[in-house]
Write a protein that binds this ligand. Structure first.
Ligand code: GCU
Length: 390
């Protein structure tokens, strides 16, 4: 908006006063996207929604903690550590990785948080944690092993980190988890635009990718970041920030994830900030019931995956996550894929229940409720086969 603060502001700028980028001749939208717009949008999401994560002031060290063959799964299980050290302390992010045993070449890997319960010897897929205060209900218990076998048999590895190890899911004024390594009341207080817990989780996913990259058995160019619900929000943000992720998958991520905030359907910005005040940066709190003032909306987050394949999934009864708002994000994000002359999700129609639509931007609406199911996984595997060719 034009400022009317002084008469000067009304004087049109002469061409010599234009910022450099306005003077450059831009030939096509892809160039504008790559040289300016993408970075601008990342900044807007950092400043207004997820907060800024540190890009220096830390050291990393990696360790291989354990390796075991699990005969019954025909799999290898590896545990890796990413040690993060700053002048304020140290924290270890553990990655548990399952790989198909008989594979002559490095495996592509799905990486997420709580894809299975990593504290168990036998993984229980899709069984997330109970929050630090036991307040968060578990998702429905899945058939142990069945999904994992399905994923491994198709040639993929599966890696999980524990969100609570990265940053506990509670509001403590940003004093624990990764935040404690970078902020102290005394000399580096947590500011309004600094990262919240989702930002810390996304950062943790990238540090887990760093650890996976140290392994020859992992095809580091084909690591897929995936998440369900709050972890889906973090997965989208991780994929947006870290272009080393080859593919991005959001399962029922809803408000602050794939759902368009301005629709105010299901969970709203005011609600999410009231109940989970620690998830986003503090600047985001100003947008409760003022969604129209947001300088970005969530389709732009999905677009930050471009030109990499991205998949958004909703569930019919998951009205809290606004399935249609998630679909619209996938649809509108496709514009950036067109800059690359690749097809995103270009059909101007709502998809048929339980069918996958889209090319580089995939989408499905599953019947049933908020969950990550075998159906969802099947679609992700098909999508990954199509784009990553394991
Ligand atoms: C709550 C929250 C959602 C979140 C979900 C989850 O329902 O309101 O935003 O996605 O928890 O993580 O399961």
């Amino acid at each position: 908006m034009m400022s009317h603060a002084s008469d000067d502001s009304m004087v049109p700028l002469s061409e010599t006063d234009w910022p450099l980028f306005m003077k450059q001749k831009v030939s096509d939208p892809k160039t504008v996207w790559e040289t300016h717009r993408r970075a601008e949008i990342v900044n807007l999401f950092e400043n207004h929604i997820y907060g800024k994560a540190p890009d220096d002031g830390f050291q990393l060290a990696f360790e291989r903690l354990e390796e075991k063959v699990l005969e019954h799964l025909n799999a290898r299980r590896l545990r890796l550590a990413t040690h993060v050290k700053t002048r304020l302390g140290q924290l270890t992010i553990k990655t548990t990785l399952f790989l198909p045993i008989e594979k002559g070449k490095p495996s592509p890997v799905f990486l997420g948080m709580h894809l299975f319960d990593s504290s168990r010897e036998i993984p229980v897929i899709g069984q997330p944690w109970i929050g630090p205060r036991g307040q968060f209900p578990k998702l429905a218990k899945k058939e142990p092993e069945v999904l994992l076998k399905m994923i491994l048999n198709r040639g993929y590895g599966l890696a999980t980190i524990d969100a609570n190890e990265v940053d506990p899911d509670e509001h403590d004024g940003f004093k624990n988890g990764l935040h404690a390594l970078f902020h102290s009341e005394k000399d580096a207080p947590h500011e309004k635009g600094d990262w919240g817990t989702l930002g810390a989780w996304a950062w943790g996913l990238s540090r887990s990718l760093d650890a996976l990259k140290t392994l020859e058995v992992v095809d580091a160019r084909r690591v897929i970041v995936i998440g369900h619900s709050r972890m889906g929000k973090a997965a989208l943000w991780a994929g947006a920030k870290d272009e080393r992720f080859a593919m991005v998958i959001s399962n029922n991520s809803g408000c602050g994830g794939a759902a368009i905030s301005r629709r105010m359907k299901g969970e709203t910005v005011a609600h999410i900030n009231r109940v989970f005040p620690h998830w986003f940066c503090r600047s985001f709190h100003a947008y409760g019931n003022r969604e129209n003032q947001l300088p970005v909306d969530q389709h732009m987050l999905v677009a930050l995956s471009a030109p990499r394949p991205v998949y958004i999934a909703s569930a019919e009864k998951d009205t809290w996550a606004d399935p249609f708002g998630e679909f619209l994000s996938a649809y509108y994000a496709s514009e950036v894929y067109r800059y690359y002359e690749i097809e995103g999700l270009d059909k101007d129609v709502r998809p048929v229940l339980n069918h996958s639509v889209g090319d580089h931007v995939g989408y499905h609406l599953r019947s049933g409720r908020h969950d990550i199911t075998a159906f969802d996984w099947l679609k992700y595997l098909e999508f990954a086969d199509r784009h990553l060719e394991p």
